[in-house]
Ligand binder design. Structure first.
Ligand code: SAM
Length: 231
């Protein structure tokens, strides 16, 4: 299967395994992953965030209830919300999530946004689990036609050492454990380059402890709600 499908499959496998109730997808683009996750009955809250409102709106109709959702109401209720905003900003609507996914997002962030990202996602949102995927630049020589970056909008592409040191630093600072894996196997004999897409899975170390008293969680919204539905 194409790489993007392997990335979505990776997230779907995690959802099947850990059964999160509240899932947020940051940099959700045209909401394809959210749409796939809608069919997992463990999920009660789905949220998407993107800095580009128009791409989110393109196919968001797929997130609305289907006739079957009304004809055969299930036990679970599902709330889907799309937010327009940046991962560089904190908004209380992103608090209390079990799983936050950032699939092919970080390499699109400006330096100043990337700097704020760990504090926003791990420090503020502080979900139980975070999944981050990004290209592995060591794989690039195997990709035809890739000279600098895989996509012209990429601000950087990291090798495994760069990604892992960034991720380990964030994990250490905010009390998460992190494991590295990926999707897109290298061809036989080229195993040294690693996966085409590298993935870090972070798990909060002390999920049951209450929030530190000194933490200043803002009550003011920074994102704009683009779509909301409940069924
Ligand atoms: N996650 C989707 C996927 O895997 O199919 C789309 C990834 S797309 C390559 C990157 C997305 O991140 C784009 O939709 C872009 O608008 C969004 N993005 C870029 N900077 C952002 C920011 N600061 N905050 C939120 N989203 C951002």
């Amino acid at each position: 299967p194409p790489l993007y499908k392997q990335r979505y499959q990776f997230v779907k496998d995690l959802v099947r395994k850990y059964k999160p109730k509240k899932v947020a997808d940051l940099g959700c683009a045209d909401c394809t992953l959210l749409w796939m996750l809608k069919f997992y009955n463990c999920i009660e809250v789905l949220a998407g965030l993107d800095i580009c409102a128009s791409v989110m709106k393109e196919k968001m109709h797929r997130l609305y209830p289907l006739p079957a959702d009304y004809l055969q109401p299930s036990e679970r209720s599902l709330t889907v919300t799309l937010h327009h905003g940046s991962v560089a900003h904190e908004d209380p609507c992103m608090l209390g999530f079990d799983l936050v996914t950032c699939i092919e997002l970080i390499e699109h962030l400006e330096e100043s946004e990337l700097e704020k990202f760990p504090e926003v996602v791990f420090g503020f949102m502080a979900p139980t689990m975070v999944v981050i995927s990004t290209p592995n630049s060591e794989f690039n020589p195997l990709l035809p036609g890739v000279t600098v970056f895989r996509h012209q909008d990429h601000k950087f592409e990291w090798d495994r050492a760069q990604f892992q040191s960034w991720a380990l630093d964030a994990a250490k600072r905010y009390g998460y454990s992190v494991e590295f894996t990926g999707v897109g196997n290298p061809p036989t004999g080229m195993e040294d380059v690693g996966f085409c897409t590298q993935i870090a899975v972070f798990v909060k170390k002390y999920p049951q402890t209450s929030e530190p008293a000194q933490s200043k969680k803002p009550t003011e919204a920074a994102y704009k709600t683009v779509m909301f539905c409940m069924f």
